[in-house]
Write a protein that binds this ligand. Structure first.
Ligand SMILES: [Zn+2]
Length: 346
């Protein structure tokens, strides 16, 4: 596993709709590993192994992150914003942010005062960002309406090889799909692998649609994060009991192929990897939902990384889970071939 590359992925801004800079880093990293790299108009990057193989597996890990978009510059030089994706405004009061402008990345702080902290109905449009400018004109020389903003945070190693960072959701999934391709290649995989780092999951699922429509795979696996139920104030609820460091999570959902889950379970058993299960009776809230409904319908599975504190700036995971998911996916990719029939009646 390339930890240096993981740090690069986690440190680069990729607010939903503004993923190009990080995608360029994926392209330059994967150039030496993939047989081919495809891209498309909406901004997906798809690293391909064995492009001549008839059987094709699509992996999707979304590379966009939640954040804000500048909506206006006020007369005092401060910025107003709206959210890109599921941002909880209260988590940002009194925090540092970064704004990607035409002149590069600049710093800002989200203002806080007693009337803001007392509110329990705070929304993202209530937030104001101070960039240090003293007038609208001064700010407008640097900042444009539509510029993306996200938390200014670093990658923080914790005990037991646990890692905290903003937007592990789902840059860790984007990292995993490319690492799974590299690991499958090391294992001599002959299957056609299409590792898509998809755009726009947090806002529109546009990347999942474009990549599945283009690749037309025999089956697809979305790799995303899922809520754990193992920390203060959170109980195991209707989605199941999930713990950090306790292994990859498979999803039972009406959109997930049971036969794919069985194959994944077989791979996990043979590799001595413990699995966890979550329940999503309907849609899963991931790229899997969109991929499943693309073309004539695509058999889909969802493999998730246990994650604490979802959609905060301190999303925390266990690198043991990451290693195991890479191994599990690589094994599935090596075993998948045209003779595997995913029709539940045959
Ligand atoms: Zn996600």
């Amino acid at each position: 596993m390339n930890r240096e590359y993981l740090e690069t992925v986690l440190k680069t801004m990729s607010v939903s709709g503004h993923e190009e800079e990080l995608q360029k880093k994926v392209i330059s990293h994967m150039r030496s590993h993939a047989d081919d790299i495809m891209s498309d108009v909406t901004g997906n990057v798809i690293s391909v192994l064995n492009p001549d193989c008839e059987s094709k597996v699509l992996l999707c890990g979304h590379i966009d992150e939640i954040g804000f978009i500048v909506t206006s510059i006020q007369s005092d030089g401060s910025l107003k914003v709206t959210n890109a994706g599921g941002v909880r405004a209260v988590l940002y009061l009194g925090t540092q942010v970064q704004i990607k402008t035409k002149k590069g990345i600049i710093n800002g702080v989200v203002i806080t005062n007693s009337s803001l902290t007392k509110r329990n109905d705070l929304t993202c449009t209530d937030l104001t960002i101070d960039i240090g400018a003293s007038s609208k004109e001064e700010a407008a020389e640097i900042v444009s309406i539509g510029d993306p903003i996200c938390a200014k945070t670093d990658v923080l190693p914790l005990m037991n090889d646990r890692l905290a960072a903003r937007a592990m959701d789902d840059r860790i999934g984007a990292f995993i799909v490319t690492e799974a391709l590299i690991r499958a290649k090391e294992k001599g995989c002959k299957t056609g692998i299409y590792a898509a780092t998809t755009v726009g999951e947090e806002t529109t699922l546009r990347g999942a649609y474009w990549s599945a429509a283009k690749v037309k795979p025999d089956c697809a696996i979305a790799v995303d994060v899922t809520y754990t139920s193992d920390y203060d104030g959170v109980n195991a609820n209707s989605t199941g009991e999930i713990g950090l460091g306790k292994g990859p999570v498979l999803c039972h959902s009406s959109i997930v192929s049971k036969k794919m889950n069985e194959l994944l379970k077989q791979c996990a058993d043979d590799l001595n990897i413990e699995l966890q299960y979550e329940i999503a009776p309907g849609r899963t809230g991931t790229d899997a939902d969109k991929v499943h409904f693309t073309n004539d319908g695509i058999p889909t599975a969802l493999v998730s990384i246990p994650l604490r504190y979802m959609h905060s700036s301190v999303e925390t995971l266990d690198m043991k889970d990451v290693e195991q998911i890479i191994e599990l996916l690589a094994e599935f990719l090596c075993r998948f071939n045209k003779s595997i029939n995913l029709n539940p009646f045959e």
